[in-house]
Ligand binder design. Sequence first.
Ligand SMILES: *Cc1c(COP(=O)(O)O)cnc(C)c1O
Length: 403
Amino acid sequence: MDFNEELSKDLNKIKTLGLYRKLKTITSAPGREVVISGKTYVNLSSNNYLGLSEHPAVKKAAIDAIEKYGAGGTSSRLVAGTLAIHEELEEKLASLKKTEKALVCPSGFQTNSAVISALIGAGDCLIMDRLNHASLWDASKLTGARVFVYPHRDMNGLEKVLKRASSYKRKLIATDSVFSMDGDIAPLKEIVSLAKKHGAITMIDEAHSTGVLGANGGGLAEYAGVECAVDIIMGTLSKALGSQGGFVCGSGKLIEYLINKSRAFIYTTSLAPASAAAALEALNIVKKEPERREKLKDLSASLRKRLKEAGLDTAGSETQIIPVVFGSLERTLEVSKKLLEAGIFAPAIRPPTVQEGECRLRFSLTSDHNEDDLLKVLNCLKSGRENREERIRPAGICASPLL
Ligand SMILES: *Cc1c(COP(=O)(O)O)cnc(C)c1O
């Protein structure tokens, strides 16, 4: 069999399982609404939580940076790629996260690889929540370290693992702040106190919480009141900040160490100046306009409440990420199609992104949405259901991580 035939065979297998994925092309700006094949949809699948990617000041900052610096970073940060705009952005991120220093990378995915592979190696261990983001799992594969998994948000489970892990040299607990497919929140205060008790260090992935949680948009560490107690805080510039890129915040020593040791930071071209400038301006707006966070919170609470009242399963969601779990693949695809027909864009989330039997729609709201958008979704989900029980949770949750 030749190479392309082999690929075709594998793809056919994926198609038979109903798990085939296709790219959908958006021909408008990816805002509150999107245009796909000439039709306009309400976009409920964007991570542009504060609507900043289209904010005039953010766009202008990116344009001005291109005028000043050009289009590309042109070189690795360690060679000729560190621009003043990177350092300005790093100062602002460190100040938002209340840490000594910060470091930016071209993506959040890469930041997780950069941090974890530099800090953890043979003889160390990494301790992960079962529902951590794929980028943390992929980072774990670069380490040669032992990886322990604890059940989702289960602090007894975490303590058991910490006891078993006592003989490892360095122990790093890594968790999402807001879990990307469930919209629930890590019990950070408890994690930090267990880490202290067992001599572990902590890393949180604030991809979905930066700009959103906490009075100043500082993220979960601020929201949970443990800002100075977390050793490593990473996040992305590409969600609530509406730009592109990733970052890590921590002590001056941590950042100095990463600059010297982190391959995923060293061997890549620096973040594009337009992305850095856009994120910098977005951080100004995060500070100046808390009403965006407030509105997002209110819209999310309102949608969640009404989905629950309609008998739908929103899992443990407490944030702007609101899943509606149907369990079965067929039912999820059916509802997703119905939403599309009604002009709502919220694709089905299927394995391997979630486990089998956990298929869902994932709504993510932005501060640009409005009451009419929510009503449109609710009416569509309610129509034609005749009070059917939407979902029966499968008994027993599988213990293996989502790899
Ligand atoms: C999106 C996401 C990332 C990756 O960030 P990018 O900047 O998009 O590469 C990392 N962690 C979590 C939890 C995410 O949701």
